[in-house]
Each structure stands twice: as C-alpha cells, then as structure tokens.
Ligand binder design. Structure first.
Ligand SMILES: C[S@@+](CC[C@H](N)C(=O)[O-])C[C@H]1O[C@@H](n2cnc3c(N)ncnc32)[C@H](O)[C@@H]1O
Ligand code: SF4
Length: 384
C-alpha cells in the first residue's frame, strides 16, 4: 500500500545574469528589469492550483532553485514564503535553501534573506581557480566567492553549501585537489562535488572545450577529492553530496528517498503520492518564463500531468534510492511504490549476483562497483 512520504516544496526562479555554456537547467539570460512582483504573484497562483493535491499535509523543506534565485530581492522571497506558509503547514525548523551565485551577492541582502526565513545558502562556486572560472564563463572570480561566503556568515548563516565542479577544461589532478582543499578550509556544512558533464543542447555540447580531462583522470579526481573530504569529516551520502554530521540536505534527501514534492514556477516538476487514489502523480509546468507567467494558476500553465504506471515505479524508485550511500529497505520500497518486494525479486538477485548491491541484513546498499556502474544497476529495474 502507498503511504504518502514527507512533502517538500520546490520553487523555480528561472533567470541568470548570463547563461553558462555548460548549463542545461531551465535558466534564461536576464534582459532588462525582472518582473519580481508579477513572478511572486504567479508562484502563489500556481501553488493555489496545486493545493488540492496536498490538502492537510506538512511541508518539511523548501528549495529556491534556478536559475539564480539570489537575483530576487529579499522582500520577494519574504512575500512568497509568507504566502506559502499561510496556505500550507510548515514543519517547525523546516530547511529553507536559497541558491546563490557569488556574482550576485550584494551587501545587506543576506540579513534580509535570513529575516525572510531562509536558513540555508547554497553557493555556486564551481572552482576557486580564476582561469577555470573564466573558461566556464562564470560571472564571478574567486575573490568574489570568498567575499560572498564571508557576508553570508556575518549575516548568521551557519548552514552553507558550496557547489564545486571537477573535470573542468584544463584542470589537472592537483588543481582539482586544490579546489577541494580550499573549500574544506572554509569549513562549510556541506559540499556538493559534481563532475562536469556535456549536456545536450548546450554551447559545450555543440563546441566541446579543449583540454577536457579524460574519464580515467576524472575518476582519479573523484577518488582523491572524496578521500580528502572524508579525512576532513565530510561523509559522502550521495554520489555528489558530502556533509558534516547532521548536515545532509533534507530537501535533496527527500528526492532521493522518493519523497513527494510540489514544484511551482516555470518548468518546475512535482511528484505526489495520492493516497486516496493509490496513485503516484507527476505534474510539470510550462518551461518558458513568459509563457508560464501569462498562464500561471490556470490549467494552461500545466505542461503535463501523468500517473507513474506500476510497472515503471521500481525503476523510478531505484533511479533515486541507489544514488544514496544508505541505499534502501524493502519496507521503504513497499511504502513508496505500493508494490510488494516480490515485484523486484529477480532484478535484485541479478544485482546481488553481479556484486553491485549488498544486503547487510538491515538495508540494501550499493557496493563500490555498484556506484561505478550505477546506470547498469538501475536499468535492471526497467520494465520489460
Ligand atoms: C542550478 S545550478 C544553481 C547555482 C547557480 N545557478 C550558480 O550556478 O551559481 C546548480 C549546480 O549544478 C551544477 N551544474 C550545473 N551544470 C552542470 C553540468 N553541466 N555538469 C555538472 N554540474 C553542473 C553547478 O555546480 C551548479 O552550481
Ligand atoms: S548561473 Fe547557474 S543556473 Fe545560471 S546558467 Fe550558470 S550554472 Fe546555469
């Protein structure tokens, strides 16, 4: 039987100062003044439209993602949070994250974000090497990154994440290690460490940059940085996520545990368990900010509504759960998919036989080999 898991709220803010050449997120270069007030009104109308899907449920985390949410003034974030918390119950101490580009951090704003209720800042640092930052087309340099982190700290933020990327054009193993060492020296609560990927429909995919590290070098970078992070007390809990004890990102953990989330804003995706129907719904909104703004709160803003077929649920569950170092339990699987463990008995056995998964008696966890061949493991669970 399907049991509704914890609920999160994702808010998409789709503009950036400049589009980075490697980025395939739904982000759009800012042209002229941004319609902050109209966008917040539209977000609240969007939320109103989705509310009947989550009546009576409590929100455990909020994530402002982008794009570059830090382009939005604190009073816009405040109005959205006030509007959302008057429509939905927020759990006490709910984690509220705002993604921030260090190139947009202006003095004074962090205090105001905090006053609005934001309690976690995630910085898109990418690298501390100015040559790498320049090649990535970033709008900030390392001095701005350090200044922005210091400002957030001064404003009282102690729950800070730094996003770094590795396998960058022209990057050596020593440079990747240096980036991680510099991040660790700043003692953030959390570090996300992503391998740069060439995503379709980006400038990098059309014109791949010179001097990209090969797969072996990228693997060495991952292993060395992971070891450095472990030595410094940052435990890996997901393929790209490392945290000090108790500082895992609650919002992302909920995604990976196949939790529920509302998604509001241009192109935002939601996934919701409908207990009464014993169904799992996905809903997404139109991608383009202008088209979405013009229709928000009406059915015309909905890009699609779908029910996840029973046969596909094991794959979707594993796509998330197998990213986690903690793996999953058969009880979690049953509650989140509504399917009995027998539904995955055959692929599970195949994964054990291949040495990709291990049953430690309490949980089923990916082995080191399973992490390396994550795509193969997950595809075992695809419907026939
Ligand atoms: C939506 S961005 C949010 C942060 C903010 N927009 C910024 O870039 O400063 C989230 C993170 O995804 C990572 N990312 C974006 N594109 C990537 C790619 N092609 N490969 C690997 N990581 C990527 C970056 O580390 C980025 O900080
Ligand atoms: S700032 Fe972030 S979201 Fe915007 S284009 Fe660059 S990587 Fe993408």
């Amino acid at each position: 039987m399907l049991i509704p898991p914890p609920l999160s709220l994702y808010v998409h803010l789709p503009w950036c100062v400049r589009k980075c050449p490697y980025c395939d997120f739904n982000s759009h270069e800012q042209r002229g003044a941004l319609p902050f007030d109209a966008y917040v009104d539209a977000l609240l109308a969007d939320l109103d439209q989705d509310l009947p899907l989550v009546w009576g449920r409590t929100v455990h985390s909020v994530f402002f993602g982008g794009g570059t949410p830090s382009l939005f003034p604190a009073d816009a974030i405040d109005r959205l949070l006030q509007g959302a918390s008057s429509r939905l119950r927020f759990a006490p101490g709910a984690e509220i994250t705002l993604e921030t580009n260090p190139g947009t951090a202006e003095h004074g704003r962090f205090e105001d974000y905090r006053r609005a209720g934001v309690n976690r800042i995630s910085f898109g640092i990418q690298s501390f090497d100015d040559g790498c930052l320049h090649r990535l087309g970033r709008i900030h340099d390392s001095a701005q990154a350090l200044a922005a982190i210091a400002l957030a700290r001064e404003a009282g933020f102690d729950n800070v994440n730094l996003d770094l990327m590795y396998a960058l054009p022209g990057q050596t193993l020593a440079m990747a290690e240096d980036d991680i060492a510099r991040a660790i020296a700043l003692a953030p609560a959390h570090i996300s460490h992503y391998q740069l990927t060439l995503e379709p429909n980006t400038v990098y995919a059309a014109r791949p940059p010179q001097n990209l590290p090969d797969e072996d070098l990228a693997w060495d970078m991952q292993e060395r940085c992971q070891a450095r992070l472990a030595e410094a007390g940052y435990a890996q809990y997901e393929i790209s996520a490392y945290a000090r004890p108790g500082r895992q990102c609650a919002h992302n953990l909920n995604y990976w545990r196949f939790g529920d989330y509302l998604g509001i804003g241009a192109g935002a995706h939601g996934k919701l368990t409908l207990g009464s129907e014993q169904a799992i719904a996905r809903r997404w909104k139109h991608k383009h900010p202008t088209a979405w703004l013009a229709t928000a709160g009406t059915p015309a803003s909905i890009g699609g509504d779908e029910r996840i077929a029973e046969a596909r649920r094991p794959f979707e569950y594993m796509l998330n759960a197998l990213r986690l170092v903690e793996g999953f339990t058969l009880h979690d699987f049953e509650a989140c998919t509504g399917l009995p463990p027998s539904a995955i008995a055959a692929p599970l056995q195949a994964a054990f036989d291949a040495g990709w998964l291990h049953d430690d008696g309490a949980r089923i966890v990916p082995t080191a080999l399973g992490h390396r061949f994550a795509n193969d493991v997950v595809s075992l669970f695809l419907e026939d």
